[in-house]
Design a binder for this molecule. Sequence first.
Ligand code: SAM
Length: 246
Amino acid sequence: MRCAGGHGFDVARQGYVSLLVGSRAPGTADTAAMVAARQEFLGRGHYAPLAVRLAEVVRGGPSGVVLDAGAGTGYYLAEAVTGRGIALDVSKHAIRRAARAHDRIGAVVADVWRPLPVRDASVDVVINVFAPRNGPEFARVLRPGGRLVVVTPTPRHLEPLVAELGLLTVDEEKDRRVTESLRGLFAETGSRTLEFPMELGPADVEAVVGMGPSAWHSDLAAIRGRIGDLVTVTASFRMSTFEPIV
Ligand SMILES: C[S@@+](CC[C@H](N)C(=O)[O-])C[C@H]1O[C@@H](n2cnc3c(N)ncnc32)[C@H](O)[C@@H]1O
């Protein structure tokens, strides 16, 4: 690939391109082990109700180009895309998988905190699922009438595992912080909670811990020893839609 300034970027043989120019990858990139755990857990369909609901919301309006900021393995984008999808993530381990998630997804290693490698007013929907948000850049890349859909976990997410295994808890102020980060740029047009039970075996529990924020802090081996047989765990998400303020 070549930019207007004459810089060249190789498309890796796994089908993605890295546009991480001049910046060091931030320390928040998911590691290979986290990405493998995520793919395993999502592959078992535990979050499928969320993927289905998100795809319905995305397809409820113009959705020719959908950009997933912090796309991970591309699981949600692959479900939602009808026209073209752009998966952005700073983890090359994640993006390698996103490149294979759907044949109409373009997969790019990029830092959401930097200017996005996407033209002004070229995207119909930005989706952002448990990943960092860059309000000004999301507003810049969206077309007039475009939408932003943000999914965050609620404080009830993964009850009772969080308490039993001492995992990181979700900030009670999360909703307020999402709105705060978009203030002056986006107006909220809808918000709903999606909650459902999941039956998780020991391998599922290990994967859900290994793919989440606790993976950075937890001693996974110690946790493994405390995981019992099948447990019923709550999945609890907040899905909010926003429109840019023009
Ligand atoms: C909790 S995962 C969610 C992934 C995906 N949205 C999903 O739900 O399956 C957070 C993702 O954000 C990515 N990420 C973290 N910091 C980032 C940044 N500054 N720019 C782009 N992606 C980032 C991580 O590499 C990781 O894939």
